[in-house]
Structures are given as structure tokens and as C-alpha cells.
Write a protein that binds this ligand. Structure first.
Ligand SMILES: [Zn+2]
Length: 106
């Protein structure tokens, strides 16, 4: 199991340290705090908008998940604002790049 292969299938997963329970980001088999092994688990499908910007008709956002890491994605539904919650609708890899599509949870 690894981050990229799961993301390809549309699953957002995180690596969490089995010792100190910290989420390692970028995903890794070893904790970057205590160097112990990590285990994979499903990530929460909701995050918080840290920043967003509009380019033409596309809205990009930097989303914080589980209060520990940030991923950039596109917000395809709803009116985005700082601190609003978004839910992941779809994620995967296209052209060797991650993509994440989200909607604002009202
Ligand atoms: Zn650790």
C-alpha cells in the first residue's frame, strides 16, 4: 500500500506513526519525529480552507486535513471562504500530478 497507488484508486490515505500517532507529511513509511514505523489509514474526507484563489472559472484552495497537513485542490461546488469546511468529492492522479476536487460544506 502506498499513497500514490491508493490515490489513483480515489482513496485519500495518510501515514500515521504507530508510536507517537503523528501524521507524517509527505507520506512516508517512517515517522519524521521519532523515526518509528507508520501505518496507513483512510484520511478524513473533510478539510478546512486555509487559502483560496480564483483563476478564470477555476477555484483553487489550500486545504488542511486533520489539522496536520495541507493539500492544494480545486473547489468545484459552493462558495469558498477561509476556514470553511470542504468535502472531497474525487481525487486521483492525472498527468503525474495529484488532483483533488472538493465541495464546500454549507
Ligand atoms: Zn512518531
Amino acid at each position: 500500500m502506498n499513497f500514490d497507488s491508493e490515490l489513483k484508486k480515489g482513496n485519500l490515505i495518510v501515514s500515521e506513526c504507530i508510536n507517537c500517532k503523528k501524521i507524517t507529511w509527505p507520506p512516508s513509511e517512517f515517522c519524521n519525529q521519532c523515526l518509528k514505523r507508520t501505518s496507513w489509514r483512510k484520511c478524513s474526507n473533510q478539510g478546512k480552507i486555509i487559502e483560496f484563489s480564483k483563476q478564470n472559472d477555476t477555484c483553487f484552495g489550500i486545504i488542511e486535513f486533520e489539522k496536520s497537513f495541507r493539500i492544494m485542490g480545486t473547489i468545484v461546488e459552493g462558495v469558498p471562504d477561509i476556514n470553511k469546511t470542504v468535502e472531497v468529492l474525487d481525487c486521483g492522479i492525472s498527468d503525474n500530478d495529484y488532483y483533488l476536487k472538493m465541495k464546500v460544506v454549507e
